[in-house]
Design a protein around this ligand. Structure first.
Ligand code: SAM
Length: 304
């Protein structure tokens, strides 16, 4: 058994990707990190220096899993931040039919990835460009993939949180600090994490829903939203009550509260700017509800 194989079994991958930043210590590479098939003369070496993080390829099985977790389809625009040999953007185009863009700082890796995209027959949909991920315009993305370090994810986090609600973010191995992932998954011996950029449901809402054949109008206040978790109250006239089980998942939002008749009403809807529409269930009945925001939404809070 070679030395790195031993190290790779002993250390979680996140530790040795980090370790590898200074890493002449790692002499050989495990199967999942072996060099990509040769095109042209340039051959990247796993753990070679990159601008902010070394190049290590994501295992094929995890690439597929990451794109599955993001629910990528041909309607998506996938951006891979730090594209390396282009394998994520090539897979997004070839396996999922998406348009994909890889941003890579190292010009030699960019040319290598472009050759691989041409060889895979997807160069029209899988583009790799030279650039710095911290200067890139990400606003067109519906899916962003990252195999970077936690500190780099944290540096990108304010930009990512401002993306269109529902944008999917998938990382290999590394987290987003206190922003808890919406899903995690293991494949190819590695872990991937998914976040859905949450809609902002903060502020004062006029909530209307049917009860006993009449329309009830109540004031709902979401005093704060920490990442995907809103906190607030509903003013029911005779009572005021907190929201329970409140959660935002992209453009979807749900919450519940105990109504004045003692029934727990569960709301599930879609946020569209200052309006939410959806379904309310409770007491064996199901009906449509709507909510209109009054005034501005306070910013989504992040915890350090
Ligand atoms: C760990 S590799 C991931 C490669 C690929 N995304 C994958 O998952 O197989 C990180 C890549 O980011 C690139 N990189 C590092 N800092 C960068 C920056 N500031 N802008 C663009 N690319 C960067 C490195 O050259 C390297 O290819």
């Amino acid at each position: 058994m070679n030395r790195l194989h031993t190290i790779s079994q002993a250390l979680p991958r996140r530790q040795w990707l980090r370790a590898a930043a200074g890493a002449a210590v790692l002499g050989t590479v495990p199967v999942w990190a072996q060099r990509s098939p040769g095109f042209g003369t340039y051959q990247p070496e796993p753990f070679q220096a990159g601008k902010d993080v070394v190049w290590v390829p994501t295992p094929d099985a995890l690439v597929t899993r990451m794109l599955q977790m993001a629910g990528v389809t041909r309607h998506d625009h996938v951006i891979d931040l730090g594209a390396g040999d282009g394998k994520i953007v090539i897979a997004a185009a070839r396996q999922f039919g998406a348009r994909a863009l890889g941003i890579e700082f190292n010009p030699e890796l960019v040319a290598h990835a472009q050759r691989r995209a041409r060889a895979a027959g997807v160069a029209d949909r899988a583009r790799i460009v030279q650039g710095d991920i911290f200067e890139a315009d990400l606003s067109a993305a519906s899916v962003i993939t990252l195999y970077l370090l936690t500190e780099l994810n944290l540096k990108l986090r304010p930009t990512l949180l401002r993306l269109k609600p529902g944008t999917r973010l998938v990382t290999h191995a590394f987290g987003m600090g206190t922003w808890q992932p919406d899903e995690h998954s293991r494949a190819g011996g590695a872990t991937a994490y998914l976040w859905l950029v949450p809609a902002n449901v903060g502020g004062h809402w006029r909530l209307s829903y049917p009860r006993d054949g009449q329309t009830v109008n109540v004031q709902m206040t979401v005093a704060r939203q920490v990442f995907q978790f809103p906190e607030g109250t509903v003013h029911l006239g005779a009572a005021e009550t907190s929201l329970r089980d409140a959660r935002v998942a992209g453009e979807r939002v749900r919450w519940a509260f105990t109504d004045t008749d003692g029934v727990v009403r569960q709301f599930s809807g879609r946020v569209d700017g200052a309006r939410i529409e959806g379904t309310v269930t409770g007491g064996g009945a199901s009906a449509r509800f709507s909510a209109e925001r009054q005034g501005e939404a306070p910013a989504i809070l992040v915890s350090a």
